[in-house]
Design a protein around this ligand. Sequence first.
Ligand SMILES: Nc1ncnc2c1ncn2[C@@H]1O[C@H](COP(=O)(O)OP(=O)(O)O)[C@@H](O)[C@H]1O
Ligand SMILES: [Mg+2]
Length: 304
Amino acid sequence: MVFSQLELEETKKIRKYINHLEKNDIFPDTEGAEKFVYIKSGFVFLKYKKTPAIKNSSYEFRKRKHVNDDLIKLGVNTPKIRMAYVDKKENQVEVQLEAPGRVLYYRNEKNAIRFAYSHKYRNCVKKCELKDLSTYLKKKVGEFVADYCIDMQKQLKNATKGQFVKFLRDYKTISNYGINIDYHGENILYSDEKGFYFIDIDENIRESRKQDGDALLVNEIINMIGGFLSFKEIMPEKKVEIIKKNNYTIFKMLFDALKTTNYKITDGEFERLKQEVVAACGYSQRDVLLRELEINRDFKNKMR
Ligand SMILES: Nc1ncnc2c1ncn2[C@@H]1O[C@H](COP(=O)(O)OP(=O)(O)O)[C@@H](O)[C@H]1O
Ligand SMILES: [Mg+2]
């Protein structure tokens, strides 16, 4: 196999950081349910939590790489999987390119707390769970996660229609390929410049997924956007209201973008989707939403 100069340089950089990771006990930059994540010079090192890796036969590099290559060929915004290795402690590690942007919102408690305190108390909250926090600290975390959501929603409200269209197209491409998307804010990154990026894509193809209708896909996306309110119990009420309003604007943008895609939705499905949107916005928006139905009718007719 012939490697380009760029690939050789990349490999050098990756190897250097692998050495560094092996020699030092480094605190991960972030963490998902299944992986510890280290980010360095444009690369992401995903260390699988299940150990030892050698016994963890569920990791299939070739299969993952194949799906990743295919999706990239189909034009999906997802970072390239570069390589995988087993470290000295027998952890399975996968190296990917770093995707541009930041997660839509935190749905994972640990990450939300870590985010809230990263500027100051990083080391004190390593193992902290929400239930262990005092009322005061819970409130503080609530404020931070609400601010993060509002900030991200502001970015999304300025997103171009083209970015929403691309997002919807990618979502359909991945689903029609036979892959279920774990559709929550920590698996989707957004940046003003590059739009939406999908990470944490499963490698298992399911025939049944290929048959899932477009209405179901939209329903999943509605629920995903609804996730901006994941921590609403600890968010200040005023901010919850802002987030709901922003959700509503984002839904409208999404529905507007849907018109220029090949999603097919029946009348009955459309009625149910509207109810989902109403629920995801919170009932305070109900009247406004119902007034919007005429606009939606236009959307519905174009969809058929
Ligand atoms: N390629 C990537 N680029 C940028 N951030 C990433 C990338 N991969 C993972 N992350 C970050 O790490 C987190 C966890 O990674 P993920 O693959 O979703 O693991 P898990 O299966 O544990 O959820 C993500 O939510 C995201 O914040
Ligand atoms: Mg994830």
